[in-house]
Structure formats: C-alpha cells, structure tokens
Design a protein around this ligand. Sequence first.
Ligand SMILES: [Zn+2]
Ligand SMILES: [Zn+2]
Length: 342
Amino acid sequence: MKALVLNRPNELALEDRPVPEPGVREVLVRVRAASICHTDFFTLRGEYPDCKYPTVLGHEFSGTVEACGPGADNVKPGDRVACMAYSFCGTCRNCRRGRHNGCANVCGIPFDMDGAYQEFTCVSAEMAYPFDESLSFAAASLAEPAANGCSAADRAEILPGDHVVVIGPGPIGLLALQAARLQQPGTLTMLGTRPERLAAARRLGADQAIHVRECDPREAVMDRTGGQGADAILLCTGAQEAWHLAGEIAAMYGRIIVEALPDAQDAAWPVRVFDFTARHIAYLGVSGYNATQFRAALDLVQDGRIDAASLITHRFPLEEYARAFETSDTRREGAIKVVFEM
Ligand SMILES: [Zn+2]
Ligand SMILES: [Zn+2]
C-alpha cells in the first residue's frame, strides 16, 4: 500500500509499505477520506518534542472496515466507520469517569500510532464508530474536529438564552459555533479576521460575524448583549490578542473556554486577577473529546444538524500531498478544510 511517511521534520515521502495486520481488539480500516488539520503542521515542522519519527499523520478520517482482529466485535468488515484520534484504556480513573481524553494510558495519532495518510490503517476497536450510507466519507472525516467543537461547547455549559461568542472562525471554531447553536443561545457571535470564514459563520447560524480589524469587537458584543457581555466565550484561536479580548467581553460569571493551542508551547499570558473574583470569570481549558462526544458529533454530522460537508473546500489524492498541505497552510483560494480522498 501507499503511505505518506514523515521520516523526520519537513521530510515527507510517499512510500510502499505492507498492509498492517489487525492485532487483538484492533480493526483494519481502508481509508477513504482524511482531512488535514492545523496541528499537522506542528508535527510536520518538528514543533512537538514528544513525536517519534518516522510517523504517519492524519487523525481526522473515515473509511471501511477491511478486517477485524480477535475480540474486535463492535464493527464488521464492510462497515463505514469514522474514527477517534486516540485510544483509551477504559479502566483508569479518568476513563472510569467518562473523561477518556484524560486517559492515563492514552495512545494518540501521530504520537503513539500511525494515522490515516495511507491506504490502510489499524485502529483500536473502540476508536471506530459506524455511520450510514447517507453520509459521505469526506464529511464523516470531519466528525473528529466536530467532536472537538462539541467538547468545547459542552465545557461552556451554555444555558438557553446565554450570550455566546466564538473567537476564531477556523474549522474547529465553525464546528463549535454549530454545537453552541444547538444549546439555544440568546445571541451567537463570531469574531475573526478572514471574510470568507466570517461569511461561513453567518451561513452556519451566527447572528453576527464581526471582522475585528474593521469594527470594534467590544462595542459589537456589548451592543448585541444589551451591555451584559458574553456568558460563554469559545476561544478557538491561539492568538494572544484573542485571549485578552475574551477577558474584556466576558459577562459577570462568564466562562472562557480555551480550546486552541497557542503557537508556542511555552506561551504564558497574563490575566487580570481582579476578573476572577470581582467579575467571577472562569477560564476553562479543554483538549479533545470523550467517546460520548465523538458519537454525538458523528450523529450530528450524519443528520445534518452540524454541517461539516460545506467546510470542505478542497480535495486531493494522496499523491498530491505537497499541494494539499500548501493549500491548507496558506489558506489559498479561501481554503477551510482540505481533504485527501482515496
Ligand atoms: Zn485535528
Ligand atoms: Zn484510561
């Protein structure tokens, strides 16, 4: 089979590899669609010190079950499946509490196992979730980022009528926006800088989508919320100015959900301590999603309540990986989601 191997930082090559054999409680998936994620570029450039090379990237994917190893009985050959980006043990303290993304024995793509930028990949059985024929493989590959969006919205504990602001209309921001909309917010605002992504936010249910360089986002949020500010802010960009902006537009008792990673792993940004007490502000970090959130996200993508398909702007075969990564990285031609189709 063909595999796009990252041998060391900045060294990708399409190589021939044997098709892997599924082990105990493993499933062999014939990859049909795999979507490029912003975090791929951290690994590509060697900015994740924990990553071991060689590795195969691709943690947002779908395909068909080719074979099941012993004890893998939750899916069967021929099933269409979307896959979580990590496996979990199910028995550690966090897993017992349903917090699989905090698993003490987590194995994630591409750090501990190979991903999906190849024709076949083996996953742990609990990572694979079946879906119906009515959903395309490409859209199903976005169940993974959609699960991140659902996880961020869940963390915000949005109440009906809450004023919600999403900062950063990247793919996760646009998916988190849709997850937040399902919680019946009173107002829903997107803040960002790219016109085509702000237009996507309007189309996907934002009441307003504000270009933060063209008008004052503080004024826009305060006007929209009757001077109250935002009850929940989903921070889906790693930009420092967004971090400060979130503190300024938060309502009393506001929750700021920090979903995006900053570009530098050691980034440390100040907060006004006064806000914690006098304004009861909570900063809540979130990373990944649990198994329940993944299943929910796949169902929402399947039934169209989260529109993932319209975020796909570009499709490439695996052979054109250089152009695919360049398109995603430079956001050429208004690129939002760039998907490999096999
Ligand atoms: Zn991702
Ligand atoms: Zn665990």
